[in-house]
Design a protein around this ligand. Structure first.
Ligand SMILES: Cc1cc2nc3c(=O)[nH]c(=O)nc-3n(C[C@H](O)[C@H](O)[C@H](O)COP(=O)(O)OP(=O)(O)OC[C@H]3O[C@@H](n4cnc5c(N)ncnc54)[C@H](O)[C@@H]3O)c2cc1C
Ligand code: FES
Length: 254
């Protein structure tokens, strides 16, 4: 039994692009984590008591290792970037529903810092996965996606790699077969994917990255608007931390 909040050890940490870090931690959470779940990471500095949610990028189950890839956004992520191998780090999780288990061909869309959780899914579905990855300019994790043996399409905003444009532009001329879509990234990207999914008659699941406070469903700080009424709040809301972060695209207002 894994304690939800526990102390893990930093196993390795390195920058993989400008302002983006990859951190492997040793934690029993590695043996139970599923694609699309996240962990809450605490800062050593007691002045910042709210943990920071970070998606699980991949695991090495037997070695008990779990990888997160994060962009420095503010104080918390800056503090994480200072940690070294052997340091303690408090984490809570794995948390969240994760992507559903599916059969057939999976089309994965990742945008920016929404790309790391898609690697976990690409590793699971291997040749049955097509990954469409959208970067601003500098790419990261491409060699990791290359090892999954799935198909890969790349888009960059500045055209420095792959197609110049969005993830939708990247597959505009390709005949991609898919039974289901999983996506994580900025809201405009998720909106475009919801339309693409509707147009092509493919069910889509999106992972939302709302700002969070308590992280355990108590404060309603992370609600997203939904089509149906939430049992907890009796309004058209869902808590991303407790009910998500993965939602059926038709169920949420993007
Ligand atoms: C379920 C989930 C999974 C996530 N997975 C990842 C991941 O794999 N890698 C990663 O780099 N980040 C991820 N994030 C975002 C990450 O949690 C925030 O970047 C982090 O909490 C910022 O903390 P900070 O103390 O560094 O910055 P803060 O000082 O708290 O904030 C710095 C700036 O970032 C903005 N910000 C903070 N949180 C978010 C957010 N959730 N969405 C948009 N803007 C935000 C703030 O408004 C502010 O402008 C995820 C968020 C969620 C909810
Ligand atoms: S962060 Fe408090 S309910 Fe989600």
């Amino acid at each position: 039994m894994i304690e939800p909040r526990h102390t893990a050890k930093v196993y390795r940490q390195e920058p993989i692009a400008d302002g983006i870090y990859s951190m492997w931690i040793k934690t029993p959470a590695a043996s139970v984590a599923r694609e699309g779940q996240f962990i809450n990471v605490y800062m050593e500095d007691g002045a910042h008591i709210l943990p920071r949610p970070i998606s699980i990028c991949e695991v090495k189950e037997k070695a008990g290792l779990l990888r997160i890839v994060y962009r420095i956004a503010g104080k918390g992520t800056k503090a994480f970037s200072k940690l070294h191998a052997g340091d303690d780090i408090d984490v809570f999780g794995p948390i969240g529903n994760g992507f559903p288990e599916v059969n057939g061909k999976v089309l994965l869309f990742g945008g920016g810092i929404g790309i790391p959780p898609m690697l976990f899914a690409a590793q699971k579905y291997k040749k049955n996965a097509t990954s469409v990855l959208g970067f601003r300019n500098e790419t990261f994790l491409l060699s990791d996606f290359g090892l999954t043996r799935g198909h890969i399409f790349v888009a960059t905003e500045d055209g420095s790699s792959g197609v110049k444009g969005t993830v939708i532009d990247a597959i505009a001329d390709a005949e991609v077969e898919a039974d289901v879509i999983f996506a994580c990234g900025p809201l405009p990207m998720l909106r475009a994917i919801k339309s693409y999914a509707k147009e092509h008659g493919i069910p889509a699941y999106v992972s939302m990255e709302e700002r969070m406070a308590c992280g355990v469903g108590a404060c309603l700080g992370c609600v997203t608007k939904t089509v149906s009424v939430d049992e907890h709040s009796h309004v058209n809301n869902a808590r991303v931390c407790k009910d998500g972060p993965v939602f059926f695209a038709e169920e949420v207002e993007l």
